[in-house]
Design a binder for this molecule. Structure first.
Ligand code: SF4
Ligand code: SF4
Length: 179
């Protein structure tokens, strides 16, 4: 009996891992099929807002069809341990709280956390401008602007390195004196 229970437990574990994997593949597939014009810049400040209120973004028709809306809410509640908190149709957002967030503000299911938690803030939103938490260290930027920002930053970096090198060479030449 004990070994049977052990087998069932391992089987259930593998099913959860498989579903988590399929869910992450589905997310990536959607991203590849509908690449967003937005990307993110910045870094994580570890403010914790994305665990306080895990938020998903869905196209308009989810908000117009209650059965679809309810399905997506129940899905996230059942699979991810989220609890519905509020709907923000003006930003295409469904906001949850999370039962995995401990009083110490850690995740009690870190190894199996959903892909959306691993990727936050994810840019799957080809249909609306991403809207991050005000305390988030990331900010949404258009891909073209991002490329320009990156090129300018790289140019500044190269220019500073070049100036420094030239300055060092001049100092070396001066200290050596005329041949
Ligand atoms: S599952 Fe873990 S990482 Fe995801 S929102 Fe909940 S506490 Fe945060
Ligand atoms: S909201 Fe942004 S800055 Fe805060 S923990 Fe999440 S990713 Fe990091």
């Amino acid at each position: 009996m004990k070994s049977k229970l052990g087998f069932l437990f391992r089987l259930a574990q593998k099913c959860v891992i498989l579903l988590a994997y399929l869910s992450s593949r589905r997310t990536r597939l959607i991203r590849n099929l509908f690449p967003s014009q937005w990307t993110k810049a910045g870094t994580c400040f570890q403010c914790g807002a994305c665990c306080d209120f895990p938020t998903i973004v869905r196209p308009d028709f989810f908000f117009r069809h209650p059965h679809l809306f309810n399905f997506i809410v129940k899905w996230h509640e059942f699979w991810y341990g989220f609890r519905f908190y509020q709907c923000r149709p003006e930003h295409n957002q469904i906001v949850f709280t999370c039962t995995h967030l401990t009083p110490e503000r850690t995740c009690d299911d870190y190894a199996y956390r959903p892909q959306m938690c691993r990727d936050y803030p994810e840019i799957t939103t080809w249909f609306v401008k991403p809207d991050f938490f005000p305390t988030c260290g990331f900010r949404p930027v258009r891909k073209t602007d991002y490329e320009i920002e990156k090129a300018v930053a790289q140019f500044k970096y190269d220019w500073q390195a070049y100036s420094k090198q030239t300055e060092n060479n001049n100092q070396n030449n001066e200290s050596r004196g005329p041949d």
